[in-house]
Ligand binder design. Structure first.
Ligand code: ZN
Length: 289
């Protein structure tokens, strides 16, 4: 699906939301409209051949009823494999999904937050589809999981990116351009990014930076981080999430050592635990304010 189709579809959906909200003034009805694809939603999509989009299924332990929702986004999927590992035996899309499932299960077991996933299988989603899950569910947080690949085979370690208008360094800018792919917002003219006011966007960026620092602190000493592990760049998927949002880059598939670690269930479960603890601490700190 092209970017233009993606954005057109997004606008159609927003039109549907507005109509449903006026008619029923109830969020549950809005979600029902999405799920059923009925009425205006199906008529609006007649001109576009739509792939399956993200589901809004919520995973939660009984004691987590009413708790904040965290959206976990397994990067890439379907016809977009993401980075290839140096051995050629693993693709980023498969490893991000395994890590996302591990993190979801951890968070659900611990019972302090509810969890949604942008994908639970090998499917292609646009960045807009992914961010829209967080907006529809009014999520407290959006965490996108990725693994990088670099020309330097020695580059390794994890890093955490939060949203900024200006990249922290050239490599962060390169990584953001790679992850943004063909989907670009029309930054600056306000037509696409008008969902959040400038002020709300500043608050979202600041909360995202806090979350990123918490992730760095919980990860330090448990697995390898890159020097200056908290970086900034203009990630489309983070800008559109409408919630504190970070992109966790778990390591380099272009590095022999990192590939071995990222393919090991034991290593992924260590990462998932650190992420779960940081997520819970962040959500708890916000609810106290
Ligand atoms: Zn990626």
């Amino acid at each position: 699906m092209t970017w233009r189709e993606c954005m057109t579809r997004g606008l159609d959906r927003r039109g549907t939301i507005a109509g449903a909200a006026l008619a029923a003034a109830a969020a549950s009805v809005i979600l029902f409209a999405f799920a059923s694809g009925s009425g205006a939603a199906s008529r609006a999509s007649l001109t576009v051949n739509l792939p399956p989009v993200a589901t809004d299924k919520i995973y939660a332990a009984p004691e987590a009823r009413g708790r904040p929702i965290v959206v976990i986004d397994a990067g890439h999927g379907g016809r977009d494999p993401g980075a290839r590992s140096v051995s050629g035996e693993a693709a980023e899309k498969d490893l991000t999904l395994l890590l996302a499932i591990e993190l979801r299960d951890d968070l659900v077991k611990r019972g302090r937050v509810r969890v949604a996933m942008t994908r639970q299988d090998d499917r292609y989603l646009t960045l807009e589809d992914r961010a829209a899950v967080a907006r529809r569910l009014n999520a407290a947080m959006f965490l996108s999981l990725h693994m990088d690949s670099a020309p330097n085979p020695l580059a390794r370690g994890a890093s955490i990116y939060s949203l900024s208008d200006v990249a922290s360094d050239a490599e962060a800018a390169r990584f953001a351009a790679l992850e943004n792919g063909g989907e670009r917002t029309r930054d600056g003219n306000g037509s696409v990014d008008a969902i959040l006011s400038d002020l709300a966007m500043r608050a979202q960026m600041s909360a995202s930076a806090d979350l990123a620092l918490r992730l760095v602190r919980k990860s330090a000493g448990r697995f390898e981080l890159r020097p200056n592990p908290h970086r900034f760049a203009a990630f489309h998927v983070l800008r559109r999430a409408g919630a504190p949002a970070v992109l966790f880059e778990a390591g380099y598939l272009s590095n022999v050592g990192d590939e071995l670690l990222l393919r090991s269930a034991e290593h992924r479960s260590m990462i998932a635990l650190a992420l779960a603890q940081a997520i819970e601490a962040d959500v708890a700190s916000r609810s106290r304010h």
